[in-house]
Structures are given as C-alpha cells and as structure tokens.
Design a protein around this ligand. Structure first.
Ligand SMILES: [Zn+2]
Length: 347
C-alpha cells in the first residue's frame, strides 16, 4: 500500500495496512538542511527542500505545509519579528491594529500582494510538483479570526468583541474574503485537502456561541469554497476543550487534527466513540513530550501507543503530534513515532 492509498483509506474510515503517521515536522526541518528560521520561513525553495527532506528521511505519510501563524497577517501589514530559533511572530509592542477604529482599515486584498502568502503558495506548488504523486500535500491556512488576532493580539481582540462586535466581525469577513481566493488558488494546485486552523474554536479561548457568531459563519463559507474547488477540508485546533460539534456543523471537515479531547468528551476513547464515524482523527501526542526536558523516551512511546489504542480501531486515525513538533527538539522521537506506527500501528 502506498502513502496516498494509506491516507485515503484512513479518511474513508477503513483500516489500511497500518495507521498513517505524521509528526508535524515544520520549523524543526530547518535543522535538516542547516538554515536559520528566518531563511526557512521566507524562502520557498529552502522551506520546500526542508519539508521534502523530512518526508523522505522519516518516511512520512503526508506533508502539512505549516510554516508559522504569521504567514497570512503579514499581508495586512503586521510587523513581524524573525527570531533565530523560534517561529516568526508579530511585534507585540507594535500591533497593526491599535484600537477599535483600526479594524475598519482591514479590507479584502489581493492575496498575492502578501509576500509570505505568496511564499507559502510557492512552497505548496513545489511540493505538489515534486512530491504530490507520492504523498498527500496539505496546505495549512490560518482562519480569519486567528489571522485578525495576529494583527491585534488575542487578549485585546477578545475585549474588542465585547466593545464592538460588528467592527471585529467586519474585519474578519474582509480577511475571509481574501482567504477564499487564496484557498481557491491553493486548491487549484491539485492538493487533496486544505487544513484550516481555527484556534478560537475551543473552550479555553471563547464560548461556542461566540465562536459560531464570530468565525463559524465565516469558515462555513470558506469550507464551501474549498470543496467547490475539489479539495477536502481538514481542521487543526490544538486548544483545550475544542468544539468538535460546532466545527463539524460549520465546516464539515473530513479530518480534525487536535491535541486535547473535545469539550463534550472526557477521553480519546470517548472522542473516537462519539465522532470517529464523522471525521478522521489526527493526533494527539503532546508535542513538548518530544523534548527530553519534559518526557522520557518511555513516556513518548507510551503516548504514541495510547493514541493508537484509543483511536485506531476501524481506521479513521492518523498518528501525529497534537500540534507542531517542537522546533528545537532532537528528531529521534519523530523517528520513533514513525516506527511505532509501522509496528504497533499495524492493522
Ligand atoms: Zn496547533
């Protein structure tokens, strides 16, 4: 069974030869080719080379093109900082949106004017051309409210919703209209799926009703656009108590990549029982456990096996980290995870 067949079987809730596996190797792949974070996060050829090298060296079953969460916001003028050993992020002291009035300045744009969105598109294009025949290439796109939060900051955005919900929603809608065209062009590369990061759809950040009102309505439209362009919708959300029900209702994803059980389940077993026939489950190994500072080899192994025990039966499960593999951790545990999928994860 090849990688594409294995992932397709997983998405169709069938048992493949074994569980597919994808430790979310993103920023850490820069170490495979010896470049710094800034180069990796801004040069499409370099970034694609690193992701391909990781896929080859670790025998990964797919590539999710997560660069960092500041790819989209750069297009609206976020001031970004590029630390040497961590992901690019906005300059928190100098946000693009400084007060409620600034939301009105966030308009729909031509996504190609966004330097980093263009870079990410180019990464996906290279990956599809060079590896798309071999394994699924899944572009990663930050949702509209998440992107907006990078232009403000999470805390203030949250307060702004209470002060002037309409202003925040209008700006998020402008971003979403841009993301529709962006996702359309990404889908047209011939990718099988696009993964939307819906950070805010979790109990640790906002109420379900508020999420539905502030982002659910938007990503519902975005998901429709993705499907209209012949790609499937996947969701990534590593928040605590995430809203499976609201996200399934709005986006109808084929898979959810997550770290914690949803708000209405107390365990991964229950998650499988309740949602396993509706979406493929991708996860849920704690990324920090990849670092020897936080967990032993035995603990890592145990967590990988626990995920398989809880969710692999009957198919519809991909063993993965619940979020990005730590960007500065050694890679031996990524290798171990793949090995566990190949042995312990055999159907
Ligand atoms: Zn995450």
């Amino acid at each position: 069974m090849n990688k594409i067949e294995r992932v397709v079987a997983c998405l169709q809730h069938q048992e493949a030869d074994r569980v597919p596996v994808y430790p979310i190797l993103s920023g850490v792949t820069r170490n495979l080719i010896g470049v710094d974070y800034e180069k990796w996060g801004n040069d499409a050829r370099v970034c694609a080379d690193a992701l391909v090298k990781a896929a080859d060296e670790f025998d990964l079953d797919c590539i999710v093109s997560l660069v960092d969460l500041s790819v989209e916001c750069e297009a609206w003028g976020a001031n970004l900082v590029y630390p040497e050993n961590e992901a690019a992020h906005p300059d928190y002291k100098n946000p693009r949106i400084k007060d409620l009035e600034d939301y009105a300045s966030i308009k729909k744009i031509n996504w190609r004017s966004g330097r980093r969105m263009q870079m990410h598109y180019d990464v996906c294009k290279i990956l599809v051309e060079e590896k798309g025949h071999e394994l699924p290439i899944i572009p990663f796109v930050f949702g509209p409210l998440g992107t907006l939060s990078m232009l403000r900051n999470q805390q203030d955005l949250y307060l702004d919703i209470y002060d002037d919900k309409d202003a925040v929603l209008a700006a998020a809608r402008e971003i979403n209209e841009t993301l529709k065209e962006y996702c359309t062009d990404l889908a047209k590369l011939g990718v099988p799926a696009i993964m939307l990061d819906t950070l805010f759809s979790s109990g640790s950040i906002m109420s379900k009703d508020m999420w539905l009102e502030m982002e659910g309505v938007l990503v519902a439209e975005l998901a429709d656009v993705i499907r209209a362009n012949n790609a499937m919708v996947m969701v990534h959300n590593c928040g605590e108590r995430i809203y499976f029900d609201a996200q399934i209702k709005t986006m109808k994803p084929v898979a959810i990549s997550f770290l914690y059980p949803p708000d209405d389940c107390s365990s991964f077993e229950e998650t499988k029982q309740k949602y396993g026939d509706q979406v493929a489950l991708i996860g849920c190994v704690t990324p920090s456990s990849a670092s020897p500072d936080y967990a032993s080899d035995e603990q890592w192994e145990k967590e990988c096996k626990k995920g398989i025990d809880a969710m692999a039966k009957g198919g519809g499960f991909m063993l993965a980290t619940g979020c990005e593999y730590p960007a500065n951790a050694p890679l031996d545990r990524a290798r171990k995870m793949v090995e566990i999928a190949k042995t312990y994860g055999r159907y």
